[in-house]
Design a protein. Sequence first.
Length: 353
Amino acid sequence: MRVLGIETTCDETAVAVVASRIGGDGGDILSNEVMSQIAQHAAYGGVVPEIAARAHIDVLERLIVRALDTAGTDIAGVDAIAASAGPGLIGGILVGLTAAKALALAADKPFIAVNHLEAHALTGRLTERLDFPYLALLVSGGHTQLVAVLGVGDYKRLGSTVDDAAGEAFDKVAKMLGLPYPGGPHIERLAEEGDPARFDFPRPMFGREGADFSLSGLKTAVRQEIARIGTPTERDVADLAASFQAAIVDVLVDRVRSGLRIFTQNGGQPNGLVIGGGVGANGAIRRALTRLCAETGLRFVSPPPGLCSDNGAVVAWAGLERFARGMTDDLTFAARPRWPLDANAGSLHHGKA
Ligand code: KG4
Ligand code: ZN
């Protein structure tokens, strides 16, 4: 079974073709074309929705052709067409969603509307064999949440951020430090040279019951420290980056630990922990979660960084998982800029199954 997946919810235009393997052993990525718009947004220090939507229109058609070519197939050779229908920026979503519906209509193929967060949550099953249930930590520029993944379309949110998303915190702190957008990778690089113990930044929610996150207080603490220093030297900037990252790592590990407790208290035994979303590319976070999992005897599934950040392969895979279960969607399916993951369960609007 082969599915074409389209991703346009934020600042990456991405198209991929993914094939299923026999026996539920993950999938094969036949092509994975990603065109980042970062350069076009850089001057503004963040994603400009209008620019994003136009840029998706400019390149999507070419990417679809390239993804099919690279996969050695054409539109007749795929079994279904999937697109992220949200959550994200409405202008961008409409571009990918409309293209997918048009292709489905023209080629007479089933269409699948994918929740972008679901795509991140199911990535662990694309890269290797991972059975339900498991825990997913979704950390991106727009979302930070812990999700119990019980089955396809069956998600329970255990906790989420009450203010900033993890990527947002990385990006805002990077901006304060004079680093380019998106700031996550720059902070990570600088942190390697800095002293993580120099600044004792707060670890919001650490040790707190539940699995919610809060990151805006940490960001404010960094801002105050920068103001106190005045004009930070290169050394200061590296130490600020390292100390900030150390605080985020501690918070994420603590929240995952708490999420695991909630998971097991509710009668479940997760088969693993999966990380998804752009921040999941962060080496310090991955190493800390690897340690936590080794300590708790949990399997850690960390997809390669390219599959953590936004891409078409994970959308195609989520589409394939749905398609394999008969969960296709009507061409009237509307874009959902806000689309909580756990509202999927039992939703009358999603899927025919
Ligand atoms: O999932 P993603 O590609 O797009 C969204 O859906 O938001 O995530 C982008 C976010 C940005 O905030 C970026 O700064 C962050 O992921 N990011 C990182 C790293 N690479 C990307 N944050 C920390 N460390 C990294 N290495
Ligand atoms: Zn994402």
